[in-house]
Design a protein around this ligand. Sequence first.
Ligand SMILES: Cc1cc2nc3c(=O)[nH]c(=O)nc-3n(C[C@H](O)[C@H](O)[C@H](O)COP(=O)(O)OP(=O)(O)OC[C@H]3O[C@@H](n4cnc5c(N)ncnc54)[C@H](O)[C@@H]3O)c2cc1C
Length: 434
Amino acid sequence: MSIYRIAIVGAGPAGYFAAQALQNSGNEERTFAIDMIERLPTPWGLVRSGVAPDHPKIKTVSKVFEKIATSENFRLFGNVELGTDINTADLVERYDAVIIATGSSLGRKLGIPGENLQGSLSAADFVPWYNGHPDYKDLDVLVDCDTAVVIGAGNVAMDVARMLALEPHELDETDTADHALEVLRRSKIRRVILCARRGAEHAAFTAPELRELSKLEHTNVIIHKSDIEDARARVGETPEKDVKSNLDAMSLVADMAPTNHERTFEFEYLLAPLEIHGTDRVEEIVLGVNKIDGDKVVATGETKTIKCGLVISAIGYEAESISGVPYLKGKVANTEGHVEGTNIYAVGWAKRGPSGVIGTNKSDASEVIKLLISQLPANPKNNGDVTDLLTGHPIVTQSHWEKINTAEVEMGEPLGKPRVKAVERAHLLHLGGL
Ligand SMILES: Cc1cc2nc3c(=O)[nH]c(=O)nc-3n(C[C@H](O)[C@H](O)[C@H](O)COP(=O)(O)OP(=O)(O)OC[C@H]3O[C@@H](n4cnc5c(N)ncnc54)[C@H](O)[C@@H]3O)c2cc1C
């Protein structure tokens, strides 16, 4: 029986699904010993630090991850960062294959004047802030203004806008980080405007998330009927299935009777950000009005200015580079998941860029693992593992993580929350018994 050692870097969905595909590919002649390396003291990637706190059902996929993690021949090395605590060369030398599953964590820039003013943030910072990611707890989120503008037309933009537009009590029974809840409770924001560069038919929202907006109890959600009618006219009688279901879901919201709630969440299409103005902080955003000309989106030359104190851009992500791994256009440079000429592979958002839901990473990882297995040498290396490199470094193993997990869930129970997240690294390590 040959045992191949595989290092998976990143404990998000893609990393776990890669581990699962390896576990399912073991046979009588060959099996895999998996070491999963994760920079945070907590695993689960964006399932913990991305998925919106008011979507707890989505997070139940973590049960699948825990089953994978408690299978034989799987070890978690949490609180270990590739590029800082260990190097790519260390892994490449010791392991038969190295799988980069580190996601895409840097927010794409708008690239407009005023973007660096106080009060202008990226969703890549704002989302982990409300989700209790240790690196973002001190983010300065300005909520002393009436209006916030969110730029983007995908589910991340919608999550961000919804989190700002909700009545904060609606988050009481969620795992929103305590520091964020405290800020959101004193928020003066009553109007959240989501601005999309293209038309309603081009939006990358998904229909279930749109339909859910009709259930918000304390927020007026405004989608202008005329925007949907215009979009329907442009796509004709037989739009693509996803476009049709999105437009149907938007119509559902657009047709809702107006309410007197003081909070509004408004969708504006065909507006592209041009400049953010302000002396010391964001005071207004200037947007260019677009129109659709054939299949192109073109500027009309007109502009629209919105007075606001907070601008959050949610226009995509890029991978953070790790030394020793080649990158191209914000992703690991790979051919179907393989970094040519090496024993390095990539899965998930590190491989594809920021697209796809959690489940997309499963089929993707399974294809990459098939390729990896087909390229394995006849005999394993037997070159050790990372333990000797981490002497004296506090490693969050699976059993430490289980202690953290249990402690968080127990802290949540009396409050009716799924968990209370520990946010400081030292606190997390302490809860793990380290
Ligand atoms: C805001 C947001 C909301 C979303 N909501 C949903 C949703 O509701 N439903 C849905 O299906 N999908 C949702 N998605 C998409 C889903 O989260 C992704 O498809 C999925 O998380 C991608 O998995 P991944 O493993 O590639 O990356 P990630 O989940 O980002 O995991 C990467 C992991 O690698 C670790 N890492 C990074 N660098 C290093 C390093 N140098 N060393 C060690 N570890 C490292 C990170 O800490 C992280 O744990 C959402 C995405 C975002 C951004």
